[in-house]
Design a protein. Structure first.
Length: 239
């Protein structure tokens, strides 16, 4: 069985080498990159299964690189950062990140998170192969298998988390989801107090991508229920 490929992007050679050594001990194929340009080339050529990405690089911001990666890859991205402010985490997750760890970190925790994200990604891949599900509602088309979204026939690029939030809502169109439940369902971890703000950011970005591009009248696909949470606009189901 082929080893899963993990791309490690960090311009600090010592940290990059250390992370790679931990991954290799766990029988992963660790691929180092020390700047954004090399990382993008590796993503295109190697299609890694997961990416560990430092938030600050010599040639680019990790968040900018994450946005570029998301155009061509859905591999889970774990950010490493010395920044501990809540806003830094929100920005990183909004830029397509799936996880965020602050330096210094425990090697065992990093490996555990890598394995958890890979298990989940593999599970999603198996489910997609078994199911053929496409939702079409009032100009919006969501292909669960291919993770493709179209508005009025034009493809819209969503991050993995944005897609999973949309999928959760459209699969349960009459159910109102509190932000905490969305976080725990999509991120597969317990929701802390500040994590609901992350969901708010994702919902806002998702709306901008799918609602303002649609020519369908009243195309508010996602509705905010004051004091409760969010739901899909089931009134559009019959349009």
């Amino acid at each position: 069985m082929a080893k899963e490929k993990i791309l490690v992007v960090d311009d600090e050679a010592a940290i990059n080498k250390l992370v790679c050594s931990y991954l290799q001990r766990e029988q992963f194929n660790a691929i180092p990159a020390y700047n954004g340009a090399d990382a993008m080339e590796i993503v295109r050529e190697e299609n890694p299964d997961l990416i560990i990405l430092d938030i600050m690089l010599t040639d680019t911001e990790g968040t900018s690189l994450s946005l570029d990666i998301r155009k061509i890859s859905n591999a889970p991205i774990i950010f490493l950062s010395a920044r501990t402010q809540e806003i830094d985490k929100i920005i990183a997750l909004s830029a397509g990140g799936d996880d965020y760890m602050t330096k210094p970190f425990m090697p065992g925790e990093l490996i555990a998170r890598v394995k958890a994200h890979l298990r989940r990604q593999n599970s999603l891949s198996r489910q997609a192969k078994q199911e053929q599900i496409v939702y079409e509602v009032a100009g919006l088309k969501v292909d669960v298998n291919s993770h493709e979204v179209y508005v009025d026939g034009k493809e819209v690029n969503l991050t993995v988390k944005e897609f999973e939030i949309l999928k959760l809502l459209i699969e349960n169109p009459r159910k109102v989801f509190p932000a905490s439940q969305i976080f725990e369902t999509v991120w597969k971890t317990n929701c802390m107090d500040n994590d609901t703000k992350t969901v708010m950011v994702y919902i806002s970005t998702l709306r901008k991508k799918i609602e303002y591009k649609s020519s369908t009248p009243n195309s508010n696909y996602i509705i905010s229920v004051r004091g409760v949470g969010y739901k899909f606009n089931h009134s559009l189901l019959n349009e």
